[in-house]
Design a protein around this ligand. Structure first.
Ligand code: G3P
Ligand code: CA
Length: 253
């Protein structure tokens, strides 16, 4: 695409609400995702894990300790136990009663309203989670080319290779904060199965953006929690910004 500076076009940067609009509501709850939609985010980002009895759930940490009133590992608690927890009050009294969402609930509630950037969080703890995620998407026809805005990403590269084989039409992203992964050979290897290279913003440079684009991948960067960080990534020319504050990326929204 032509450079916006020479064409005068406003290049659209996708605005991704990180765990929902986490700056304004408790992360990975309907309150945060609704807020992301209200703020016109192009995508909501969700972290997917699995309960003891096999239900896919949306929560970031591998334990419930930080973001709920319970304790213990997600993998050791049943879906019913997880659903009884309060996932909102830690962020403020007004959010009391927010629950840990299920993956299927999120797909059904937000598909068509906003894109969904699905992170498989610690998939090594959940053998077979890739097949399960693939099934949930396939049964909703969300596995078709350009069907709806669905992207799957992870820090676990083997899991993403597998995901790409299971769902060849769904864009795949690799997440990293390691500079070693920005080496040309590493990037080339990622480009064999990934459509997005998604680094933390501390390792983003204009050269990296150009290299990633040269390999046919897009670049989404995280996690913006200040206006300065948003401005930096806009200047770097990334394709998407993953942010706790959607308004830092596109103040018109
Ligand atoms: O979407 C990127 C970002 O979410 C990765 O880090 O720890 O917030 O899941 P984390
Ligand atoms: Ca995440």
């Amino acid at each position: 695409a032509a450079d916006s500076a020479t064409t005068g076009d406003l290049r659209k940067i996708d605005n991704v609400a990180h765990r929902g609009a986490t700056g304004y509501a408790p992360e990975n709850t309907l309150a945060a995702f609704d807020k992301g939609v209200e703020m016109k985010s192009d995508y909501i980002e969700i972290d997917v894990q699995r309960s003891k009895d096999g239900e896919l759930v949306v929560i970031h940490d591998t334990t419930v300790d930080r973001t709920t009133d319970g304790t213990g590992y997600i993998k050791d608690l049943t879906f019913e136990q997880l659903r009884q927890l309060d996932a909102g009050s830690w962020k403020g009294e007004q959010f009391t009663g927010e629950k840990i969402p299920s993956f299927s609930e999120i797909l059904d509630r937000y598909r068509g309203k906003t894109g969904i950037l699905i992170e498989l969080k610690a998939p090594e703890l959940y053998p077979g989670i890739e097949e399960q995620v693939a099934q949930e998407l396939t049964q909703r026809n969300l596995d078709r080319p350009n069907n709806e805005k669905i992207i799957i990403q992870s820090f676990n590269f083997e899991s993403m290779k597998k995901m790409n084989t299971l769902l060849p039409n769904v864009p795949i992203g690799v997440l990293t904060s390691s500079k070693a992964h920005t080496a040309p050979e590493a990037l080339k290897e990622f480009s064999a199965y990934a459509d997005y290279f998604n680094p933390s913003y501390g390792i983003v440079t204009k050269e990296l953006v150009a290299e990633v684009h040269g390999l046919g991948m897009k670049i989404s960067s995280w996690t913006v929690r200040s206006q300065e960080a948003a401005d930096f990534l806009i200047e770097m020319g990334v394709d998407a910004i993953i942010t706790d504050y959607p308004d830092y990326v596109d103040p018109r929204n």
